[in-house]
Write a protein that binds this ligand. Structure first.
Ligand SMILES: Cc1cc2nc3c(=O)[nH]c(=O)nc-3n(C[C@H](O)[C@H](O)[C@H](O)COP(=O)(O)OP(=O)(O)OC[C@H]3O[C@@H](n4cnc5c(N)ncnc54)[C@H](O)[C@@H]3O)c2cc1C
Length: 682
């Protein structure tokens, strides 16, 4: 134990009838009672996902706390560690719990305070065993001990939190995985909640570090946002009704400047240009956050663009190994499935079937691909696994001579019905207004007098067939049509035409029970039809259907799966209808989600990246104020839209992103300009 040179100032405690200790200094209770225990467990253990994260930790997992108090959070952490260890086949990584307490309790006070929580007794006994009898009177500065066979180490410093954290060393990657911001409230304990404390929290946090606190004052929120946390407010049971859960995702110290996204105050109102799946999911996510949304759609009805097909497949784009694309799409797939299942469960019904999807290995390169998937075993079986021809036939309910890769959780959806129902769900929040028949032909930035004051904010004036309309924050989800909007001209997006053909079912195919993918796809019967397709014509914006493309779709089925095609024997007369629409494609097959970059300012801001791609720039990405996009959903919009919409909503509302920083940059609309500067293309 280190010795302290500070003056002795003991805590005066009194005890309520239920044994709850009351601190006279701060005119408040310590959080020790059955209900306080439940609240602490929820706020600090559950909301930092401690039990889930401990088994995943590769190295020491570090928790730092302000305000050790009676040690309740530490004891709950010990309990969580023990539970996680019991559920793990291997030894967990060690845990280091760092806590500070400027006004420590004496050993007797601690024993008495914890005596009303017998459920923590075995841990309490261990804690009090070596705890100093009277920390401050004995001039103890630090108390360090270990628990659970040395797997958990406690370092408790009896000093000011900011001062203690200032003295701690850490690498560039940070030190702390989770913060428990405990201690009496800002009003009652203003000495603790100083600027320096937050600066140190920022310095010591690892990327994706989490933080929870029952202190929800504006001062705490502002400081946390300033050092790079993103916040979400939750309601909790118990004395303090609200809490904050935060994630370190925009740390100005460690994040590359160009990866820092612009921060705006959560808007009250957002305007969206769209009508397809991208805008539907964005409207739903934003309205759920309490944001008022107005959607402008050029068509008389919703879902008339790329999202208007009768049937579309919901499945992720996966490669044999975990790469940026597969990581995004597998995450997006689970999110999409969860959202669509949730809204269907709420009664917003749309035609769909989670019937699985079979990618048929009909040629040698695909057989090799299937073998590589099986050998590398990169993905969990519930996402994708290899099947032989017999199993493929059984799963799909048709005879096939080919094996393949089966995605048991995938399926098909009617995109048009889905989009309409997602908008219905958003409308149920009473925060959505839909305005159809409104074609936005141009947008113009307006800097009004109020905006000039802070120089950063501006609004948008939209020229439409209904006259001029205004938007404070504008999100463009206009699919391939967005390419025409002047401010987006430099984003590398292309329109790719696709035609799908709807075929009448017959007795040879009506039993098909999974989606089949070959070079194209074939869907199970719905309303008497199957969809086959689709064509891919780059830079062709004509959405009139043509016979040549129907022929192509039939020929493609015939070439890839000749036995099946011969069995079904579809003729031209079996074509029920066709539809051609445009896909909005990005260069790297990932969507563009976020603020629209100011390209010329990027070139000026980051000139040295061409010489050294790791050149340290602090300046955040220069972007066009209040203009955002969710575009480039390509051929997988049903899969990517929900997660992309969550990310955009997090961006606008300052809440935690559902993905890490690297994936965020992989989706950022400014990634192309940064790559071009690095490759000296400009
Ligand atoms: C043939 C084909 C087959 C496909 N199959 C699948 C599949 O099986 N699975 C899958 O996941 N994806 C599939 N896709 C891709 C998927 O359809 C798209 O990724 C998705 O629909 C894109 O949605 P979106 O909301 O971005 O665009 P869209 O659905 O095109 O919506 C854009 C909306 O913006 C409106 N709009 C555009 N410009 C303006 C303006 N200036 N003013 C006002 N309103 C405007 C339009 O009216 C439209 O409603 C397919 C696409 C095609 C073409």
């Amino acid at each position: 134990m280190k010795k302290s040179n500070k003056t002795n100032e003991s805590n005066k405690l009194s005890y309520q009838k239920d044994g709850l200790p009351y601190c006279q200094r701060f005119d408040d209770n310590y959080s020790d009672s059955e209900s306080a225990l439940l609240q602490s467990d929820f706020v600090f253990i559950h909301k930092n996902s401690i039990k889930q994260r401990l088994p995943d930790a590769k190295k020491i997992f570090t928790i730092a706390e302000t305000g050790f108090g009676t040690g309740l959070n530490f004891l709950l952490t010990l309990q969580a560690y023990q539970i996680a260890q019991q559920g793990s086949p291997t030894l967990l990584a060690p845990l280091h719990f760092i806590s500070t307490e400027k006004h420590p309790l004496s050993k007797d006070q601690l024993v008495q305070a914890l005596s009303i929580l017998p459920q923590l007794n075995p841990f309490t006994v261990e804690l009090v065993k070596d705890y100093p009898k009277c920390p401050v009177e004995e001039f103890e500065q630090e108390f360090e001990t270990t628990f659970l066979n040395g797997q958990v180490r406690l370092t408790l410093t009896f000093d000011d939190a900011a001062k203690n954290f200032t003295s701690m060393k850490c690498s560039k990657l940070g030190l702390v995985d989770a913060w428990f911001l405990n201690g009496f409230s800002v009003e009652k304990n203003s000495d603790m909640w100083v600027d320096e404390l937050f600066a140190q929290i920022g310095r010591l946090s690892k990327e994706q570090a989490t933080l929870t606190t029952l202190s929800t004052s504006d001062v705490v929120k502002k400081h946390l946002l300033d050092v790079g946390f993103r916040l979400e407010k939750y309601l909790v049971e118990g004395k303090n009704k609200k809490m904050l859960a935060a994630v370190m995702q925009s740390n100005p110290i460690t994040t590359k400047g160009y990866q820092l996204r612009p921060r705006i105050n959560k808007p009250q109102h957002v305007s969206i240009i769209g009508g397809g799946i991208a805008s539907a999911c964005t409207a739903l996510a934003l309205t759920k956050q309490g944001v008022q949304v107005t959607l402008y759609c050029k068509d008389a009805e919703l879902a008339q663009g790329g999202s208007s097909n009768a049937i579309g497949a919901l499945y992720p784009l996966l490669h044999q190994q975990k790469d940026d694309i597969s990581e995004f799409y597998q995450h997006a797939f689970w999110r999409a499935k969860a959202l669509y299942t949730e809204i269907a469960g709420q009664g917003f019904s749309f035609a769909h079937q989670w019937c699985g999807l079979l990618e048929v290995s009909y040629k040698e390169s695909l057989i090799n691909r299937q073998q590589a998937f099986e050998k590398l075993n990169t993905w969990p079986k519930e996402l994708i696994h290899g099947v032989n021809a017999a199993l493929a036939s059984k799963l799909s309910n048709i005879d096939t001579p080919y094996g393949g890769l089966f995605m048991p959780n995938a399926g098909w959806i009617s995109p048009q019905e889905l989009v309409q129902q997602v908008f219905q769900a958003a409308g149920a929040t009473n925060n959505l207004k839909i305005i159809t028949d409104t074609h936005i032909s141009k947008i113009r930035q307006v800097k009004n007098a109020a905006c000039k004051l802070d120089g950063a904010k501006s609004s948008w004036c939209m020229s439409t067939n209904q006259g001029e309309l205004n938007a404070s924050v504008l999100v463009i989800c206009a699919g391939a049509d967005a390419i025409e909007i002047e401010q987006l001209n430099d984003l590398p997006l292309t329109a790719t035409r696709g035609q799908v053909t709807s075929m009448r079912s017959n007795s040879k195919i009506n039993k098909l029970s999974t989606v089949i993918c070959h070079k194209g796809y074939l869907t199970p019967e719905s309303n008497g039809i199957h969809c086959i397709g689709a064509t891919f014509q780059k830079n062709d914006k004509n959405i009139n259907t043509n016979k040549a493309d129907d022929d192509y779709n039939l020929t493609m089925l015939d070439k890839c799966l000749p036995e099946l095609a011969a069995e079904i024997n579809w003729q031209e007369k079996d074509i029920s209808s066709s539809k051609a629409r445009l896909r909005c494609m990005s260069q790297d097959h990932l969507p563009l989600v976020g603020a629209v970059p100011n390209i010329s300012e990027h070139i000026q801001a980051y000139p040295h990246l061409g010489k050294d791609k790791n050149w340290k720039y602090d300046q955040a990405a220069p972007c066009i104020d209040n203009l955002y996009v969710l575009l480039g959903l390509g051929a997988r919009g049903l899969c990517s839209a929900p997660l992309a919409a969550d990310i955009l909503t997090a961006e606008l509302c300052n809440t935690p992103y559902p993905i890490d920083n690297q994936m965020l940059f992989n989706l950022s609309p400014n990634r192309f300009i940064i790559r071009d500067i690095i490759k000296r293309k400009i």
